[in-house]
Design a protein around this ligand. Structure first.
Ligand code: GLC
Ligand code: CA
Length: 565
């Protein structure tokens, strides 16, 4: 069985090859993936039904967004029992069946470890709140308010104060996210013991690792001093600068992770790109990979959606492709459950360009340096949702953001709404579009938990599976190509035309193998000329190939090609 305990990792030579470097990971947001019992909510049996769909795409590892008991204020990112399955999603025996079926298909499962905070309904927090001197008080972070004000000026990155007052004990608790998500006190060794025991519980069930939610935030600034005006502009960088962060991750690695052949990927919120090897350099024995946030910030400034020039994207990938340490490893992702849909954001989701541009950016996703992560529906070219008003949003973030920005800071409501349409997390969370039927084949219930994108009539898995030219099959072919050419996984990276404003042209090279990736990231067509292409032969393209003469070629809008030379 995959992912069972193995020998400790022991010494790791530089550039060691491991399964997770070669993996292609598919994120499932269980609530929106597939409903099996027609209550309008996706569930584990629904995922079991669709495992072969994921395997046929060529992914080999599935990241399940939280499946644990939760009051669902933040769709499972607020956990009330870490060792129980959310009843809406099924039972522990459904989970065991999921593991078995996945393993029989050669798929690994990784879980979402959400341990910066729990739900306010977790029994630990209930007990912590109930008694000032009980053993659970120090599981969380309590401070005295200051003359009717919160203990300090720390804001939640989601808006509002990071403290909520609890009248019963005349104190406030810290929550970097919503008030329903109190932060755990990692300085308390009992908390760390609990977390490590939860991890072992799931690892012993055979899971192949964890995606670690908000993991950079677990160590808090000991003085709890006020933040400066400068710090308040990007408080997440202060929260991620806790003095014990790396020590706690090392302890986690020593006591738990090093005893299993598993992978970890941490969400590196509030981290500067140059600090990432501090987590991922294998010699430090902390995490294997992280999700850096530079790609997430490429088109936003605070709450505002801004235009992004291709040069920004090139800079991000150039930095990622320049290894800062001998054995540090990257992730590549465009989409996840917190991001708008990649084709709407980095491509062009209008009918004329949607498929071509979804394929173009897929080419980038699967040929850059690092382990690629695909989010459910990305392989269909699913798009953002049409939103008409604030009531169309479901995300717990939205009311606080509205309150803070529009009501308190006087941000123009129209401008805020426009940005939210483009950036809102709900874009990713509408049900998976399986077919053209009512509710997209996600559920036969009258009403799914969240609305289905009306474009499921055209954009859905069945349509894709029946169309040899679909986005789905192009993803599949790219994944197969990646498996065939180790240079796409392990090769060096070089941007061959960093100044071009529309063409992304780069090389991945390993030993004798050289691959050239040429992508037109624009709505325009033009001729493009490069000596590198004179001898190259085409491996894959998202367009019927018309050929060219000696290094000169016509690039259609959003045309993408991979060559070998
Ligand atoms: C991470 C998750 C996000 C969640 C937040 C709080 O950013 O990806 O969905 O809301 O942490 O747990
Ligand atoms: Ca269900």
């Amino acid at each position: 069985m995959i992912g069972r305990p193995a020998a400790a990792r022991g010494d790791q030579s530089a550039a060691r090859r491991t399964w997770w470097k070669e993996a292609v990971i598919y994120e499932v947001y269980p609530r929106s993936f597939k409903d099996s019992n027609n209550d309008g909510i996706g569930d584990l049996p629904g995922i079991i039904d669709k495992l072969s769909y994921i395997r046929d795409l060529g992914a080999d590892t599935i990241w399940l967004a939280p499946i644990f008991a939760s009051p669902n204020r933040d769709n499972g990112y607020d956990i009330s029992d870490y060792k129980a399955i959310m009843p809406e999603f099924g039972t522990m025996s459904d989970f065991d069946r999921l593991m078995e079926k996945a393993s029989s298909l050669g798929l690994r499962i990784i879980l979402d470890l959400v341990v910066n905070h729990t739900s306010d309904q977790h029994p630990w927090f209930q007990k912590s709140r109930a008694s000032k001197d009980g053993p659970y008080r120090d599981y969380y972070i309590w401070r005295e308010p200051k003359g009717g004000l919160p203990p300090n000026n720390w804001p939640s990155p989601w808006g509002g104060s990071a403290w909520t007052f609890d009248a019963a004990s005349d104190s406030s608790y810290l929550h970097l996210f919503s008030p329903y998500q109190p932060d755990l006190n990692w300085d308390n060794p009992a908390v760390r013991d609990e977390v490590f025991s939860i991890m072992k519980f799931w690892l012993d069930k055979g899971v192949a690792g964890f995606r670690m939610d908000a993991i950079t935030m677990i160590s808090k600034m000991p003085s709890f001093r006020d933040m400066t005006v400068e710090e308040l502009k990007a408080p997440e960088y202060v929260y991620a600068a806790g003095p014990h962060l790396h020590a706690y991750l090392r302890e986690m690695n020593d006591r738990v992770l090093s005893h299993y052949d598993v992978m970890t990927v941490g969400e590196a919120y509030g981290m500067h790109a140059q600090d990432i090897p501090l987590f991922t350099d294998s010699g430090r024995r902390e995490l294997d990979m992280v999700f850096a946030f530079d790609i997430v910030h490429v088109d936003r400034q605070g709450w505002r959606k801004i235009a992004w020039p291709l040069s920004k994207l090139k800079d991000i990938y150039a930095a990622a492709g320049r290894p800062q340490s001998p054995d540090s490893w990257n992730t590549v992702f465009l989409d996840n459950h917190d991001q708008p849909r990649a084709v709407s954001r980095f491509g062009n989701d209008t009918a004329f360009f949607r498929e071509a541009s979804a394929k173009a950016i897929a080419t980038m996703l699967l040929t850059q340096c690092g382990t690629p992560f695909i989010y459910q529906g990305e392989e269909l070219g699913m798009t953002n949702l049409p939103f008409e008003g604030l009531e169309d949003f479901e995300d717990v973030q939205v009311p606080t953001a509205w309150e803070t920005l529009v009501k308190r800071q006087g941000v123009d409501p129209e401008a805020f709404f426009e940005s939210l349409k483009g950036l809102g997390r709900d874009n990713a969370r509408s049900p998976m579009q399986w077919d053209a039927s009512k509710n997209a084949g996600f559920t036969t219930a009258d009403k799914p938990w969240y609305r289905v994108n009306p474009n499921h009539i055209q954009i859905n898995a069945r349509e894709c599976l029946n169309n040899p030219d679909s986005v789905y099959y192009y993803f599949r072919d790219l994944i197969a190509l990646r498996r065939k050419h180790p240079a796409l996984v392990h090769g060096s990276y070089q941007d061959l035309d960093p100044d071009h404003s529309a063409v992304f042209f780069y090389c991945r090279e390993s030993g004798k193998s050289r691959l050239f990736i040429l992508i037109n990231m624009s709505d325009r067509g033009f001729t493009y000329d490069s000596p590198h292409l004179a001898q190259a032969s085409l491996l894959i393209s998202n367009m019927a190939h018309r050929g060219g003469t000696r290094g000169v070629t016509w690039l259609a809008p959003w045309e993408a090609r991979v060559y070998t030379a």
